[in-house]
Design a protein around this ligand. Structure first.
Ligand code: IDP
Ligand code: MG
Length: 152
């Protein structure tokens, strides 16, 4: 187990549908800690840097529009194996294939409106946290509480 940070985005459809509270609650209930949280209208430059790995793909322009067209909520979530844990809570990229009980499996219908982003590796987590949040915007918890949240 490793203590990790992951970037979570409640995308435009999650905000528009009033699902932000429901989504955040699922990470909190699993024992993860929120150490950064903000609502913003995403600049195109930030969206393109965030999704740089998908540049050139057919869905890229639509993806940038999806993420920049309306306000989103961005979070930093921390905890033991937070990257994998949050990805499993989010579910598969295509909501139709996502397991019931996951966010996308419970609330999503189409891959182009899949509600949430979560970093896909610890390296991506660190890169994305630095891209989206300044150190002054982060409030890391005292992780002494960790021993009460997980056991080795
Ligand atoms: P992930 O969000 O599960 O990590 P990625 O493959 O990294 O999935 O794709 C990033 C985002 O791009 C997806 O969450 C989804 O919003 C969008 N996307 C991926 N594939 C497609 C597609 O085939 N059509 C439309 N949008 C897509
Ligand atoms: Mg991805």
């Amino acid at each position: 187990m490793a203590h990790e940070r992951t970037l979570i985005l409640c995308k435009a459809d999650a905000v528009a549908r009033g699902l932000v509270g429901e989504i955040i609650a699922r990470f909190e209930r699993r024992g993860f800690t929120i150490s950064g949280l903000k609502m913003l209208k995403v600049p195109a430059e930030l969206a393109k840097r965030h999704y740089a790995e998908h540049e050139g793909k057919g869905f890229f322009n639509g993806l940038v529009e999806y993420i920049t067209g309306a306000p989103i909520v961005a979070l930093v979530v921390e905890g033991e194996d937070a990257v994998e844990g949050c990805r499993s809570t989010i579910g598969a990229t295509n909501p139709i294939k996502a397991a019931p009980g996951s966010i996308r499996g419970d609330f999503g219908q189409t891959i182009g409106r899949n509600l949430v982003h979560g970093s896909d590796s610890p390296g991506s987590g660190e890169r994305e946290v630095a891209l989206w949040f300044t150190p002054a915007e982060l409030y890391p918890r005292d992780h002494d509480q960790k021993e009460w949240l997980v056991s080795a």
